[in-house]
Design a protein around this ligand. Structure first.
Ligand code: SF4
Length: 213
């Protein structure tokens, strides 16, 4: 199974070469962007992100800001009020406990308000180049369809992936599967007829192209 899992990730890597939408470079931008992207589209986040960062460009400015002001600057994204509260708390904790630097371990990252394993894995993988697997809704759905995990939680799917996929490819999983999951292995009915990894996939029955009239 490890061999076919490797082939799948390598094949997807050739098909999907764009970097992740939330791969924003610095750990500061990435942690804020991924936190903001929960239950909203990356596009919506990217629309507000430049002005938000221009207004609040340091941890100190976020830590001192009123939650209402942070909320007002991101009010077109989902759950903006609770995200604004988490962002202020995150800034305060980064300043107080980590000397103003985003920490580099899973344990420290997930101790921050609003930061779960998925967000932490994105920061580790994108900004620090530490092997990590961010299991979001696309990765969760695709991995189960491929037959690589029967896990019912993102944590279990992450554990199964870590057993199956060589560490050097962990960072590729989220990046490629998010694009693949928007394009072919979509939610609802997947488009198996044009899938580049169908021969390694356990999903049955494979779907066929809709008939045109
Ligand atoms: S064959 Fe179908 S279910 Fe399997 S990965 Fe491809 S699109 Fe998804």
């Amino acid at each position: 199974m490890t061999e076919s899992a490797t082939k799948v990730i390598q094949t997807l890597g050739k098909c999907y070469t764009k970097k992740g939408d939330m791969d924003l470079g610095s750990p500061e931008d990435t942690i804020l962007g991924v936190l903001m992207s929960a239950r909203t589209t990356d596009k919506q986040v990217l629309r507000v992100f430049p002005a938000f960062r221009k207004k609040f460009h340091t941890w100190t400015s976020l830590a001192k800001a009123d939650v209402a002001d942070i909320a007002a600057s991101i009010n077109t994204i989902g759950l903006y009020k609770s995200k604004a509260k988490a962002i202020k708390g995150l800034a305060q904790k980064v300043l107080k406990d980590f000397g103003g630097k985003v920490p580099r371990t899973m344990g420290e990252l997930t101790s921050l308000p609003g930061v779960g394993r998925k967000t932490a894995s994105c920061v580790l993988s994108y900004s620090f180049h530490v092997p990590a697997i961010a299991v979001d809704t696309h990765v969760f759905r695709i991995v189960r369809r491929l037959g690589w995990s029967k896990g019912k939680t993102p944590e279990k799917v992450e554990q199964d992936l870590k057993r199956l996929v060589p560490e050097r490819l962990w960072g590729e999983i989220n990046r490629t599967m998010v694009q693949f999951g928007r394009d072919i292995c979509i939610g609802g009915t997947p488009r198996c007829w044009k899938c580049p990894v169908a021969k390694w996939c356990a999903f049955t029955p494979k779907t066929s192209a809709p008939k045109t009239a």
